[in-house]
Design a protein. Structure first.
Length: 267
């Protein structure tokens, strides 16, 4: 698991397609000519992500791998498009879609009302769970302790994630504690291990990786919230219909589930 936490390289990774590409008009089942922008077929989809979120996206050597990376590759094959992955800070992902620098975004993104003001989302492709990481000797024994009368904990989150959104509204704005925001989840974990904060709220899958890599930490048994992950696109994007169609085909034929099962072992 330690390889997940190596320094993130500011590079662009390209996923090679197994089928020959002829623009967004390849031989996949989906009508690839639907994948257009401004009336012209696209031959490359730029995918925005933040590759510090195992097992959804992380670096393995110089390559970005993970659930989202593989699903994106499968979508590209369906649409006859090359998928170019752009790694960036999480809080830059939605702005990159709004500005047109990226076509789609996958980074364990949850559909929220706040995000829907800026972007559209496809159908969901996975379910995530927000959990709480604490030190093994912490006096925080359940999520309820964070909301208890008189609570005053310091919670670490990754900036602009749903963990940030939820704890800001549920805890900080109600005077039940302070939220400390970090660029990367690993930075929040470092603050927890050093005693600067009391807990970290983050997705369950990277949480398991962080706990395995850092002695003395544990995940509380109680969940903070369950949420659905989807692909973000520009408002009223012409890509939405074709990507939803391709995504549904990949769910129907078992591809999406097989990718998830490859990275997440059922408990």
């Amino acid at each position: 698991m330690k390889k997940y936490f190596k320094g993130i390289l500011a590079t662009t990774m390209v996923l090679s397609m197994t089928a020959a590409l002829a623009g967004c008009g390849g031989s996949g089942e989906t009508a690839a000519t639907d994948a257009t922008e401004g009336g012209e077929a696209k031959d490359t989809l730029v995918l925005a992500t933040s590759a510090d979120f195992p097992p959804y996206e992380y670096y393995e050597g110089q390559e970005i791998v993970g659930i989202d990376a593989e699903i994106a590759k499968a979508l590209g094959e369906k649409l006859g498009c090359e998928v170019k992955i752009e790694d960036m800070n999480f809080d830059s992902i939605i702005p990159s879609i709004v500005s047109g620098k990226a076509d789609i975004a996958m980074a364990g993104l949850t559909v929220t009302e706040e995000r829907l003001q800026s972007v559209d989302f496809t159908d969901s492709y996975a379910t995530g769970v927000q959990v709480v990481i604490v030190k093994e000797d912490s006096d925080i024994t359940s999520v309820d302790d964070l909301f208890a009368e008189g609570a005053n904990h310091t919670i670490g989150v990754q900036t602009a994630t749903t963990g940030d959104l939820y704890t800001t509204g549920d805890i900080e704005e109600k005077g039940l504690g302070t939220v400390e925001r970090y660029t990367k989840g690993a930075d929040a974990i470092a603050a927890l291990t050093s005693g600067k904060i009391d807990c970290v709220v983050i997705d369950n899958e990277p949480a398991k990786a962080f706990v395995e890599a850092n002695e003395g930490l544990k995940i509380l048994d109680t969940e903070y919230i369950t949420e659905d992950y989807a692909i973000a696109l520009a408002k009223d994007s012409e890509l939405t219909e074709s990507i939803n169609t391709a995504l549904q085909e990949l769910k129907d034929d078992g591809t999406v589930q097989s990718i998830i099962d490859k990275y997440i072992t059922a408990e």
